[in-house]
Ligand binder design. Structure first.
Ligand SMILES: C[S@@+](CC[C@H](N)C(=O)[O-])C[C@H]1O[C@@H](n2cnc3c(N)ncnc32)[C@H](O)[C@@H]1O
Length: 248
């Protein structure tokens, strides 16, 4: 089963403890810290619009790209309910193709690039991003760290029994390829009270900070900063989320 197909429709419920307001504030703080004027943003792997919608409400002009039509359909429905107009495109970020250039900022939040598992694809995505940005434009993204994917998610198993959703999540970490395979099984209660089961298998690449920086350099980025876990400090050995901030 494709990644983020049926899962798209319960994604927001399962992410309900993520502080997206705090995430938006951090992104705005990063932009301020770079002393660069940002008006337009291309958001990669925008998912259900959890950052796209609040950033649009803050008057940024945003276009969102995601590979999953289902995630985009949830984003569209949420935007419509909130009276927000979004430009959303279904695309694989490994084959990024966007008409508008001279962008102020390209953003990718919450693991988008962990899903790009081949070096060549990552480099292509970074090169295309570099092309799309204006001179002095910002590229801001985060990844789940190598530490998180290898040591915390690793070969572990998780599960939760919520009111209407029960899931099991089993991981297998391949140390040679630095890939974590996540087998997800969901049981979702329908309107008739019966449970429907669906499964997805996700693959995420555990990149080291050095690998990401090298690919960014190959793509042409020179001014590259990395921060750990929503701070403005260098990532620590046990940082779980690493933010990269690059200027073209
Ligand atoms: C963990 S979700 C994050 C979504 C959103 N950025 C957020 O913060 O809620 C990862 C997203 O990456 C998208 N994705 C995975 N691989 C992709 C690819 N190759 N191209 C575009 N989007 C991709 C998925 O469809 C999913 O929406």
């Amino acid at each position: 089963m494709e990644q983020y197909s049926d899962f798209a429709f319960i994604y927001d419920e399962l992410m309900n403890e993520v502080d997206y307001n705090g995430w938006v504030k951090y992104i705005e703080d990063v932009i301020k810290s770079e002393n660069t004027q940002v008006q337009n943003i291309l958001e990669l792997a925008c998912g259900t619009g959890n950052l796209t919608i609040p950033l649009t409400k803050k008057n940024y002009d945003i276009a969102g790209i995601d590979i999953s039509e289902e995630m985009l359909s949830v984003a569209r429905e949420k935007a419509e309910k909130q009276g927000v107009e979004l430009v959303l495109l279904q695309q694989d970020i490994a084959e990024l193709d966007f008409d508008v250039t001279n962008l102020d900022c390209v953003l990718c939040a919450c693991d988008g690039f962990n899903y790009v598992t081949y070096d060549d694809d990552l480099e292509n995505a970074f090169k295309k991003t570099h092309e799309l940005l204006k001179s002095g434009g910002l590229f801001i993204f985060d990844i789940s760290s190598h530490y998180k994917l290898s040591k915390i998610l690793g070969n572990n198993m998780y599960g939760e029994n919520r009111d209407d959703i029960t899931y099991m999540w089993q991981n297998d970490f391949d140390e040679e390829q630095n890939l974590v395979e996540m087998e997800l099984a969901f049981f979702v209660k329908g309107e008739d009270g019966r449970y429907n089961k669906f499964e997805e298998v996700h693959h995420q690449r555990a990149y080291t900070e050095e690998e990401i920086i090298e690919s960014l350099q190959i793509a042409g980025f020179t001014d590259i900063k990395s921060y750990g876990d929503f701070t403005f400090e260098k990532p620590k050995k046990d940082s779980q989320r690493i933010f990269f901030v690059c200027k073209k």
